[in-house]
Write a protein that binds this ligand. Sequence first.
Ligand code: AMP
Length: 466
Amino acid sequence: MCGVFGASNIPNAAQQVYMGLYALQHRGQESAGIITVDDDNVAHAHRSMGLVSDIFSTEILDSMPGSVGIGHTRYSTAGSSIISNAQPCAVDYHVGPLALAHNGNLTNAAELKRDLVSKGSIFQTSSDSEVLVHLIARSEARKPEDQILDALERVEGAYTLVLTIGKTLYGIVDSRGFRPLVLGKLNDGYVLASETCALDIVGATPVRELQPGEWIRIDGNEVQELPPLPPKPHRRCIFELIYFSRPDSKVFGKSVDRFRRSLGRRLAQEHPAPGADCVFSVPDSSNAMALGYSEHSGIKLEHGLIRNHYVGRTFISPGQSSRTEKARIKFNPVREVVDGKSVVVVDDSLVRGTTARSLVKMIRDAGAKEIHFRSSSPPITGPCYYGIDTPTYGELIASTHTVEQIHQHLGVDSLGYLSLEGLRGAVERDGTGYCDACFSGAYPTAVPGAEPDAPSIDIPIPATIR
Ligand code: AMP
């Protein structure tokens, strides 16, 4: 998963892009980058591994002139976590510098890459996004926008892009609309961002979200709508609302906070815990769900788990053992809340089940009498091929275990998952189509590789280039 941000006609664009990326840090903590384009059409780039606040200094931002810029925070789901894969990617193009920041995963990137390599393309990264750059460069169309269109016609899967050609900024969302992108007005210019929380931080006013298949061109302070991409059934990613986006954002026309509360209420309806003394969240992603659960059930809301904010997301640590240890480092129960009590613990999702299992042990050790674990989303039974970092079938606990087996594995007194019908019911009246393939198996595209445990699309590149 990734966060993207773009700015047009904004003095010192680098500073605003930096602020935008800061608000989108939760969407990717592995690497970040900014590219600006100055008045002489010269691009200035800075990319590095790590957090936005560690990567950029005032000196670096001051050395990046220009009123146009794009930025990216990366969380690798296709391609390794290495500096050469940090985005935005940039190349010299016949009409000026071309820079691109991509959120989503291309599902046919491996085959396209093999084809491009066989025709002589030399790749500098192992990420799927570079495929787009090569396709644009190889297009036989004459005009840059036609070349982009040519490239987009060949790729499948999820792509929300902010892209610059010279000083022109583009925002593009694939026809299924998996990943969000919102347009905002800032003084005499415009910004584009993955989420509205990034507009808030720079003081931009939301104009509107880009619709699936939409692409816009921004020249200075002029926004032009380009002919939409060929229509496809909309498949907004439901996991954006469940887990990924910030609750203070509006995504796919919905308040993330309100949506999560509604899931919590539904969860309480489907899986009550009569007689429980209190309910608490696994902070922070399920705070709003626990609130909803409490609202509906009347069970007192507590802060039963404290999260150490200086530990990155559990998923980011490589390898299973360090992930288990990180869950312990990240969370600690409040003994005074749980000791001798029957507690309801609400999480947004169970992926591998490692976090839940560690938490249950900690809460038990802190004296809980009964633990009723609740997941605000259905069992995750399949990987995501569209940009969410869910692991392979073999690692997904609900793909290899029944709910009853998971119940035993976690060592809880009861376990309840929100049903798929309950989840679908929460969005069914909003007129948008959602992708819930990780829960339902209804993948909207062909998925990479015929085998369930499809090989990574990473194609090794020589160590010297890395
Ligand atoms: P696990 O320990 O693998 O079951 O992970 C479950 C926890 O990870 C839950 O508390 C979620 O809030 C969180 N989570 C769910 N999906 C993701 C994701 N794609 N990336 C990072 N964390 C996630």
